[in-house]
Design a protein around this ligand. Sequence first.
Ligand SMILES: Cc1ncc(COP(=O)(O)O)c(C=O)c1O
Length: 444
Amino acid sequence: MSETTESTATERYLERNRRFIPGGLFSMNRRTDPMIVFERAQGAYMWDVEGRRYLDYHAAFAPYFLGHADPDVDGAVISALQRQASLFGAGTTPWEGELAELLVQSVPTLDVVQVTNTGSEATAYAIRLARAVTGRDGILLMQGGYNGWEDDVAFNLMDPADTLKPRDDGPGLSLRPITNGIPEAIRRNVYVVQFNDLDAVETVLKTGRIAALMLEPVLQNIGVVKPLPGYLEGLRRLCDTYGTLLVFDEVKTGFRNGLGGYQAICGIRPDLSTFGKAVANGYPLGVIGGRAEYMRYFDHPDAKEKVLIAGTYNGHPVPVFAAIATLKKLRDRHDEIYGHVDDLGRMMEEGLRAIFAKADYPFTIVRQSSAFVVYFMDHAPVDWLDLIRSNDMERDKRYRAALIERGIFHFPTPSKQGSISFAHSRDDVATTLDVTERLLGGVL
Ligand SMILES: Cc1ncc(COP(=O)(O)O)c(C=O)c1O
């Protein structure tokens, strides 16, 4: 940590936090080295308690697609409070239907939707629904994918290469839980394969045990790892063959890659989809939606078939008004917003490529619209194993640390995705490129 950030205010806050919170912060995946105490954000910028400004490419793990404190979104939230749109906990509200209609209009494969508070709740419901629909318990996930913190999906994220071995009690990879406390019964029902490997998927689906294949259609929790041509089509075919529900977890790709999600870009129809993050531009909201024939289990006429969806805070007016305002803005200013972030993404990609071309080590820039990453390897990774074997993690760490020291915030864990927002400008990207260029020959 540099001397400036290690000043009294930062230390004071960190010390108090450590006294009252195990680990000193809420949500452990936010722990960074150095630990920064943030207190304000506006547009493309964040400020810490020392008054230091950071140009933000983290976007709080991607929700801030319109930028921090977007005036239309925050204005809608303020209007909700002013009109006393409370949480009633009984019946429904005019804004539940309004949000549901906007979601269905935005994403072509959603016949109907339900709304939760977080992405993890949405993926948990997708799994419960798939199990009810198919009468099976098994779940198939991708190594390097992240689908939430709940027991069924908290496996195999960024594991060391030498731990990625075939599992000994069935097909797929050996399980690497990302948390302690997962019951053995859950482990027996979870399978993991490498992304982009259709044969591995087929071997698992052939067991006839798999209710849902859940995946991010682009792995955006390990940078930007894209599906190879034909891969998603292959998954659709295999799921149809073996009676498994195909679930696209678009919590990170949705609304950021396009209003219709990545599924509208790749043209594959999943059975169910989950969304979160950018849908409410930073306010807590998750979505599960898809084919009416499956979603109807949430209201099945036969009580024994019914799948419970319930939550004291589901449909809370604050995130719901935020989501309505976000979706209307993305719809009404569609070409301007997606055009702008794509232009900036291209400028970033081309600029970084030109800069690193002068270096004497391998690099690859991968981008999907506003999401981008610099890998220090000579090709775009096809899966986590490829990435962990080839990416120069130490250089990647130095790159991120040096940018943070210079006021440009990328999450300081190697291979994490950068996120451009509508609030970023060409000047912001130019500054980023300028700062990056000056790292070459020094820390890089
Ligand atoms: C693809 C994906 N799915 C699900 C989640 C879980 O969402 P939440 O953190 O809102 O529970 C995340 C969070 O990073 C995610 O990236």
